[in-house]
Design a binder for this molecule. Structure first.
Ligand SMILES: NC(=O)c1ccc[n+]([C@@H]2O[C@H](COP(=O)([O-])OP(=O)(O)OC[C@H]3O[C@@H](n4cnc5c(N)ncnc54)[C@H](OP(=O)(O)O)[C@@H]3O)[C@@H](O)[C@H]2O)c1
Length: 256
């Protein structure tokens, strides 16, 4: 047992908030798919919705900085259709120095983004469809002609799967397009499906000192849940704290 944190003495210096994660040291991507990491925030009771606008659960400066650092490390940002329908998320890196750093390394200012939607029913007016790089929509044969027309010219539509998007195939296609690092920003249904498909390597979780409650409030993972023998195990990589918010980094254990 180790005590990792206790409130600091009044006079102990706190480091300035210049970087939250700093060097991320991700391993190289796989030949057949990108290295995939998740960034989500939850309350102490595991809920991912706080009532604040946008899917930023806390909106704190440290959480925003961490989110930007993780985006800056990604070639592509992936979100589920449910998140796009309930929010109008800001999908670019807000921190100018992090954007500049990417440009100096020969990368585009922002990662391009991709959406998973079985139905292809997406709000064409979302700010997500006015980014400089056209987003990719991974969808199924169930996408209707009307939905396709709505998004015409705003996005590139990729069909993979009959009723559900074939997530391993999506990951393979992204790798083929040069994506080495893929950041998944939820929501809880897509994150469950990605984890179930063995497609998540790491979790970056902001634990906000909030309690939300509500049996219908979504938690970090939704979906069917794992059978007892299939429950996922993770290995703790790091813990950071800023003003009562805790930033956890965990690696998903690979099956032996
Ligand atoms: N706190 C956080 O960090 C955070 C982050 C993100 C989101 N959120 C919150 O989470 C809520 C949304 O959660 P959610 O679980 O409903 O949304 P979600 O996971 O973003 O999206 C679910 C949708 O994604 C599509 N999808 C997922 N897996 C699929 C598969 N294998 N094949 C085909 N389609 C698939 C389906 O779209 P179709 O219905 O189009 O078929 C499904 O309805 C929002 O309230 C948002 O604010 C919180």
């Amino acid at each position: 047992m180790r005590l990792l944190y206790e409130p600091p003495a009044e006079d102990s210096p706190s480091l300035p908030l210049i970087r939250l994660y700093g060097k991320l040291d991700f391993p190289p991507p796989y030949p057949e798919r990108p290295y995939i990491f998740v960034n989500m925030a939850m309350t102490l009771d595991g809920k991912v919705v706080s009532g604040l606008p946008g899917f930023l659960l806390t909106g704190s400066p440290a959480d925003r900085l961490g989110m930007d650092e993780l985006r800056a490390a990604a070639d592509c940002l992936l979100i589920g259709a449910g998140t796009l329908r309930t929010e109008n998320p800001v999908l670019h890196i807000r921190h100018p120095a992090l954007r500049q750093q990417r440009v100096s390394e020969g990368m585009p200012e922002n990662p391009f983004y991709a959406v998973v939607s079985g139905s292809g029913r997406l709000p064409a007016e979302s700010r997500a469809f006015s980014t400089p790089a056209k987003p990719l929509i991974f969808t199924t044969r169930q996408m209707t002609e009307a939905n396709r027309k709505d998004l015409a010219g705003r996005a590139e539509i990729v069909i993979t799967g009959e009723k559900a998007v074939d997530l391993p195939d999506m990951a393979r296609l992204l790798r083929e397009r040069g994506v080495r690092y893929l950041l998944l920003e939820g929501g809880p249904n897509l994150t469950f499906s990605m984890l179930e498909a063995g497609l998540i390597d790491e979790f970056f979780i902001t634990l906000a000192p909030l309690l939300k409650g509500g049996k219908d409030t979504p938690t970090l993972l939704e979906g069917e849940g794992f059978a007892p023998g299939k429950v996922k195990r993770l290995t703790l990589c790091s813990i950071r704290e800023h003003e009562g918010e805790v930033f956890l980094r965990y690696r998903v254990n690979r099956p032996a």
